[in-house]
Design a protein around this ligand. Structure first.
Ligand code: ATP
Ligand code: MG
Length: 560
C-alpha cells in the first residue's frame, strides 16, 4: 500500500492490537480486516495523527486488509474543505492510499433513519431542556443524574417532534434528541447522551440541507458499522465512550458490530498535538502558518525536511500501547537523521563566512575539484566544485589564540580544505574594531585532492566555498517551538513559546550546485547538518531539518 518508492516499507513491529487482529484471523472471526482513519477536517494533521495513520493503514497493509479514510464531518462550523484536501495530501505523502474515501456526512440520511428506529423502540426522545438544564440534570461523578420531564414523551410525539426538528421548524438549541439509557449510570456518557442537535450551520459538503446534525459518538459507531470496520482503533480518551458505542450498535439493525480498541495518544515533549492549540498558533500568527517548519504538523515536518520514511520509522519505534507517556523529540530527530544519513547528498555550505585569500594561488586560476556526493556510497557519484584564490570558510573554524587541541585554522597551523588542498594561515586582517575580516593563507600545490605526497598529516578538515562562485542564501535554523516540555499541560501554552525557535542567517555562501536544488531534495551541508530548500519561496532559502551529531561540540567545550 506504500506509494513512496524511496524506501521499502517494512512490516511494523508487533503490538497488542496486532496480536488481537492476528488472533481474530486465526480463529476465523474475521477473514478480512477493515480499519479506518477518521480525522475531523477541522485542522491539519499532526505527528500524533501519523501514529494513528501508520497503525490503521499499517495493519491493513500487513494483514492484507483494507483501510478507509473517513472524514468525521459532523461539526460544520469548524470544518473546511481546505482541511479535507490537506489531510488527503498528507496521508498520501506518508505513503498510504485508502481503500475508500468516505465522509460521515455520506450517512446523514441513514443516521437520521436509525434515529427514527431508536425512537420507535422507545430508546430515544426529544428533550426541551436547555444546555444549562442538561448540565444540571446530568449529575456528577458521585451523584446520579435526574430524569428529564420529557423523558416519557410518547413515541408518536417524539416522532413528530423529531421530524419537525429535521424540517427546520425550531430554533437552534430548542430541542435535542437524546438516547434513553440510564440517568443513574456510573458512566456519565450513558446518562441519556445527546444524539442530535439543532444547528443552522452551512456544511462544507451538504450545504444547508440539514438543520440538525448528529453527535460524534452516535455518528462514529454507525459509520464504522456501515463500512464493515472490524477493528475501530481510537485513542484512550474514548475508553469511557465504548459502552455507548456498543449500546448504539446493539439497538440497531446495522451490518456488523466493530470492536473498539483504544491505544495511548502520542505525546511529544516540547510541542503540542492538539489541533485546537495548533489552530490558535496559526490564527494568532505565533507561527507563519500550518506549514511553518517548527510546527508538529505533517505539512510543517515536510517543509522542515522530514521524510515519509523517517516518520513511519518513528511511529514503529514508539510502538502502540495502552500506557500514556511522553516521547523525547530526540527520538523523532534520530529517525530523520538516520534516514538522511543514508540518502542525503553531501554538499558544502558556509553559514557564517570568513574570507580567506590564498596568497600563493594564481590570481585568475579556477580548478574544478572532484567531490563525492556521499563518501560512504560511491554509487551516488561525484560532482565538481570550483576552487579559486579567494574562498570562504566558517568563522568558527578559525581561532586566534587556539589551544593545542584546536585542530582547525589558527595562525601558523595547517588544515585540509575538504577535497582540495592543505592550507596554512599566515596572517590575520582585522578592521578598526579589532574584528577579524580576512585570513591570509598559503597552500601546498602538492596536496591537491587532500593528501600530502610526503605523508604529512593534518588533524583538521574544514569545508569551504569559492568566493566568486558561491551563491548567496538565507538559512533558517530551527529549535524547539516551546521552552516547556509539556506546554499543553500548562495553563497557557502561549506563555511557553521558545523565543529562539527560529534563527535566520543571511548571506550564507553555498556551493553553486545548490542554486538549482529543489524542495524535495534533502542534502547534508557537510559538518553542519541536514537541510532542505524551502518550498514556499523562489528565493534561495534553506531550512535546517536537523543538526548532525556535532563532532566539534565536545572538543570546543573541553577547550572553553
Ligand atoms: P485533536 O485533539 O488534535 O483535534 P482529535 O483526536 O480530535 O485530535 P481527530 O481528527 O478526531 O483529532 O483524529 C483522528 C484520529 O487520529 C482519531 O482516531 C484520533 O484518535 C487520532 N489521533 C489524534 N491525535 C492523536 C495522537 N496524539 N496520537 C495518536 N492518535 C491520535
Ligand atoms: Mg476528535
Amino acid at each position: 500500500m506504500a506509494t513512496d518508492n524511496q524506501t521499502e516499507v517494512k512490516t511494523a513491529a508487533s503490538n497488542f492490537i496486532r496480536n488481537i487482529i492476528q488472533d481474530d484471523l486465526a480463529s476465523k472471526k474475521h477473514s478480512l480486516i477493515q480499519t479506518r482513519f477518521p480525522p475531523e477536517p477541522n485542522g491539519y494533521l499532526h505527528i500524533g495523527h501519523a501514529k494513528s495513520i501508520c497503525l490503521n493503514f499499517g495493519v491493513a497493509r500487513d494483514f492484507n486488509g483494507r483501510c478507509n479514510l473517513r472524514f468525521d464531518d459532523t461539526n460544520p462550523e469548524k470544518e473546511d474543505n481546505e482541511y479535507v484536501e490537506a489531510i488527503k495530501t498528507d496521508v498520501r505523502w506518508l505513503g498510504f492510499e485508502w481503500s475508500e474515501l468516505r465522509h460521515a456526512s455520506d450517512y446523514f440520511e441513514q443516521l437520521y433513519q436509525f434515529a427514527i428506529e431508536l425512537i420507535k423502540q422507545n430508546k430515544a426522545y426529544v428533550d426541551s431542556l436547555n444546555a444549562e438544564q442538561i448540565r444540571e440534570y446530568r449529575g456528577t461523578l458521585t451523584e446520579p443524574g435526574r430524569e428529564s420531564p420529557d423523558r416519557n414523551r410518547s413515541i408518536e410525539d417524539n416522532l413528530d417532534l423529531f421530524a419537525r426538528m429535521r424540517a427546520g421548524e425550531f430554533k437552534d438549541g430548542e430541542y435535542l434528541l437524546r438516547a434513553k439509557i440510564d440517568m443513574a449510570s456510573p458512566n456519565i456518557n450513558m446518562r441519556d447522551p445527546a444524539l442530535y442537535r439543532i444547528k443552522r450551520a452551512h456544511h462544507q459538503r451538504t450545504g444547508d440541507a440539514w438543520p440538525i446534525y448528529p453527535m460524534y459518538d452516535y455518528t462514529h459507531c454507525i459509520s464504522d458499522a456501515l463500512e464493515n470496520i472490524t477493528h475501530s482503533l481510537c485513542t484512550l480518551e474514548f475508553e469511557d465512550h465504548r459502552p455507548l458505542y456498543d449500546w448504539v450498535l446493539d439497538q440497531l439493525s446495522v451490518p456488523c458490530h466493530p470492536r473498539q480498541i483504544e491505544f495511548a495518544r502520542l505525546q511529544l515533549k516540547y510541542t503540542i498535538t492538539s489541533k485546537r492549540k495548533l489552530n490558535q498558533l496559526v490564527s494568532e500568527h505565533h507561527v507563519a502558518g500550518w506549514d511553518d517548519p517548527r510546527m508538529p504538523t505533517i505539512t510543517g515536518l515536510r517543509r522542515r525536511g522530514f521524510t515519509p520514511a523517517s516518520i513511519r520509522d518513528f511511529c514503529d519505534r514508539i510502538g502502540v500501547t495502552k500506557k500514556d507517556s511522553f516521547i523525547e523529540m530526540a527520538v523523532l530527530e534520530n529517525c530523520v537523521r538516520e534516514d538522511l544519513n543514508e540518502h542525503a547528498l553531501r554538499v558544502m555550505a558556509v553559514l557564517d563566512p570568513l574570507k580567506v585569500t590564498i596568497e600563493n594561488y594564481p590570481d585568475d586560476q579556477v580548478e574544478e575539484i572532484k567531490a563525492a556526493n556521499h563518501p560512504q556510497k560511491p554509487e551516488l557519484g561525484s560532482r565538481t566544485v570550483p576552487f579559486s584564490k579567494t574562498i570562504y570558510v566558517e568563522r568558527d573554524d578559525f581561532m586566534e589564540d587556539a589551544p593545542k587541541k584546536f585542530f582547525r585554522l589558527s595562525l601558523g597551523r595547517e588544515v585540509r580544505l575538504r577535497y582540495a588542498y592543505y592550507i596554512t594561515c599566515t596572517d590575520v586582517i582585522k578592521n578598526n574594531d579589532g574584528e577579524i575580516i580576512e585570513l591570509i593563507c598559503s597552500y601546498d600545490p602538492a596536496t591537491r585532492g587532500g593528501d600530502s605526497p610526503d605523508g604529512r598529516k593534518v588533524k583538521g578538515t574544514i569545508h569551504w566555498v569559492s568566493a566568486q562562485h558561491a551563491v548567496n542564501a538565507t538559512v533558517n535554523l530551527y529549535d524547539r517551538l516551546y521552552a516547556h516540555p509539556d506546554p499543553g499541560g500548562t495553563d497557557n501554552h502561549l506563555e511557553h513559546l521558545n523565543p529562539e525557535s527560529l534563527r535566520v542567517l543571511t548571506g550564507c555562501k553555498l556551493e553553486p550546485i545548490l542554486a538549482e536544488a529543489s524542495a524535495d531534495t534533502a542534502c547534508q551541508f557537510e559538518r553542519t547538518g541536514y537541510f532542505i530548500r524551502d518550498s514556499q519561496t523562489d528565493d534561495l532559502v534553506f531550512n535546517r531539518t536537523v543538526s548532525l551529531r556535532d563532532t566539534w561540540a565536545k572538543i570546543d567545550k573541553d577547550n572553553a
